[in-house]
Design a protein. Structure first.
Length: 398
């Protein structure tokens, strides 16, 4: 039996007042159960004890029987159990040193969401009905689901702008490995141009936030003038700021999806640089521009789409001097300030800074693909052992 890629399809929906109230109660109960389980596991950790998912599930059963937490019985039990499973995953990642210690969920700052498995929803004839609800959700089907598939999990969420979304996780048979093609491309990210390819093509930086910066500044000033309490006027002002941010985020995500899909479909090997974006945004002069460019989101999309379609991603070490290395003769310039966009090597070659960097990244990536990470172009010594590494695409069994 073939194994397909699991893919989430997200749609916006408009709940009735009763459905909105039920989902809001569910969000609150999910947050409460998660925080109580995290507190219990933290206390046990301080006592040198280990608590797993099964034990927290037994705790949930006991909590429901108390008078103080009897309201947990009013919502579906499936999202509460899923919250405990998510907490177990968070602790597994912590113990494997993939993430920090789990944090408590906040009523104001944390994402409002609830996950339902197949036992807690009904999907028939294109209509989705959740547990504890009589009527199906009024979903705007902006695109159709793959034919003949049924969702395995459903996640309902509400963003800061007050919009409601439902995400359906399905196995998509339309995502297949792309056959053939030996094309390879080096990709250099930047601010003047979002991407510069080794082919010489430069993709402009849309600067999504700049388009709404005046409107955003006005909305934020209005919010700052409101009293520091959750009054109706402050809630309205906060919602307006969130709507502007949501519009910016939607445009950025749409642009990156189209861009990464195009690159993955056109190239077999894609070479990118391993940038420390978290450290780079500490530069107060460039933090806002770097955040608007969303380099980390671009790389994330590129990696999982390459995995879907059987493409290969090669990540070059962040200390590799791609901008200062002459791709023609191999000499390395002593320094290269950000203000220098073109420079002339000692061999007489005139370089465009970004195009030269993309070509050097491609050369390093091809060396890794052909000979392994031990073979690399000339570079300065760095703290890491290799200049690049290859991320193998996961092949699916037919």
């Amino acid at each position: 039996m073939p194994t397909y890629v699991k893919r989430a399809f997200r749609y916006r929906f408009y709940p009735t007042d009763a459905q909105a109230a039920e989902l809001s109660r569910t969000f609150g109960c999910v947050r409460k159960v998660y925080n109580m389980a995290l507190a219990a596991r933290t206390d046990a950790w301080e006592r040198k004890e280990r608590v797993n998912y099964n034990q927290t599930s037994a705790m949930l059963t006991a909590w429901k029987k108390t008078e103080e937490l009897a309201y947990l019985n009013e919502v579906s039990c499936v999202p509460l159990q899923q919250a405990l499973r998510h907490l177990q995953v968070a602790f597994s990642n912590f113990f494997a040193r993939r993430s920090k210690y789990p944090r408590f969920k906040s009523r104001k700052r944390s994402r409002k969401s609830a996950e339902y498995t197949t036992s807690a929803f009904r999907f028939r004839d294109g209509k989705l009905t959740l547990a504890k609800m009589k009527d199906p959700l009024d979903i705007v089907w902006s695109r159709s689901l793959p034919e003949g598939v049924a969702p395995s999990t459903v996640t309902v969420s509400q963003d800061a702008a007050g919009r409601w979304f439902v995400s359906l996780l399905v196995e998509d048979p339309a995502v297949e490995l792309l056959v053939g093609g030996n094309e390879a491309v080096g990709i250099d990210v930047g601010l003047t141009h979002l991407l510069t390819l080794s082919t010489g093509e430069k993709i402009a930086n849309p600067r999504h936030e700049q388009r709404d910066c005046v409107r955003l500044a006005i909305a934020q000033r209005r919010l700052a003038r409101k009293a520091k309490r959750d009054g109706a006027n402050r809630v309205k002002a906060r919602r307006m700021v969130a709507r502007i941010h949501a519009r910016i985020t939607d445009r950025r995500r749409d642009h990156l999806h189209k861009l990464t899909t195009r690159l993955v479909r056109e190239n077999q090997t894609l070479v990118v640089e391993d940038l420390a974006v978290r450290n780079m945004v500490k530069n107060r002069s460039l933090a806002r521009a770097i955040g608007d460019a969303a380099w980390s989101q671009f790389r994330t999309m590129l990696e999982y789409k390459a995995d879907w379609y059987g493409r290969q991603i090669v990540v070059v070490d962040r200390f590799f001097p791609s901008s200062r290395l002459c791709h023609h003769c191999g000499d390395v310039a002593a320094s290269m300030p950000l203000s220098v966009r073109t420079w002339t090597c000692g061999c007489g070659t005139v370089h465009d800074r970004d195009v030269n960097a993309a070509k050097n990244l491609l050369a390093a990536g091809l060396a890794v693909t052909a000979c392994g990470a031990g073979v690399r172009p000339q570079r300065e010594s760095s703290r890491t052992g290799h200049s690049a590494k290859k991320q193998e695409a996961l092949r699916r069994e037919p």
